[in-house]
Write a protein that binds this ligand. Structure first.
Ligand SMILES: [Zn+2]
Length: 148
C-alpha cells in the first residue's frame, strides 16, 4: 500500500494514480531486500581452496560407460555362431550359439543381440533336429512336411 500525498488516501501498490482524487502516485517502492541469513558471531565461512575442482555438473548426468564384458563377447560369438550355423556345421555351431547367447544374455549392453542369437540358434536347432529325425526315419513323413 502507498499513501496519496494529495489527499492521504491509501491505494494499491500497482495503482498509477490515487483512486480518490486522481493525483499521480509515485512508482511503487522497490521490494525490500531479503535479510541476510543469520550467521552466529565468530562464524567464519569455510574458504574454498583454489585448487579444489568445483563440480559444475552432477556426476549422475554422466553415466559411466559400462565396460565391454565377457558376456558381451559371448553374445557376439553366440549371434555369429547362430547365423553361420545355418550354413556350416549346424550341429556344432547352433548349440554353441545357443549356449553363448544365453550366457551373454546376462550382459546389459548387448541384451537385444543375445535374444536374437537365442531365437535364431533355437530355431535352427529345431529345424536341424527335425531334419535329422526325418532323415533317420524316426519321424513320420507328415510331421516335417505338410506346409507345401
Ligand atoms: Zn488522493
Amino acid at each position: 500500500m502507498k499513501q496519496c500525498a494529495h489527499c492521504g488516501q491509501w491505494s494499491e501498490d500497482q495503482a498509477p494514480a490515487c483512486a480518490a482524487c486522481g493525483a499521480p502516485l509515485p512508482p511503487s517502492a522497490p521490494v525490500p531486500a531479503q535479510p541476510l541469513p543469520y550467521t552466529p558471531p565468530g562464524f567464519v565461512p569455510r574458504p574454498v581452496r583454489p585448487g579444489t575442482p568445483v563440480p559444475s555438473v552432477p556426476p549422475a548426468l554422466f553415466p559411466r560407460q559400462k565396460p565391454f564384458t565377457w558376456m558381451d563377447i559371448c553374445t557376439v560369438l553366440g549371434f555369429t555362431s547362430s547365423l553361420v550355423g545355418y550354413f556350416f556345421t549346424s550341429i556344432v555351431l547352433l548349440p554353441l550359439g545357443l549356449v553363448a547367447s544365453i550366457l551373454g544374455f546376462r550382459g546389459d549392453r548387448t541384451r537385444g543381440l543375445a535374444v536374437a542369437g537365442i531365437v535364431i540358434s533355437a530355431l535352427g536347432l529345431l529345424i536341424r533336429i527335425m531334419v535329422l529325425l526325418t532323415d533317420c526315419g524316426l519321424l513320420p513323413h507328415w510331421v516335417a512336411n505338410g506346409v507345401w
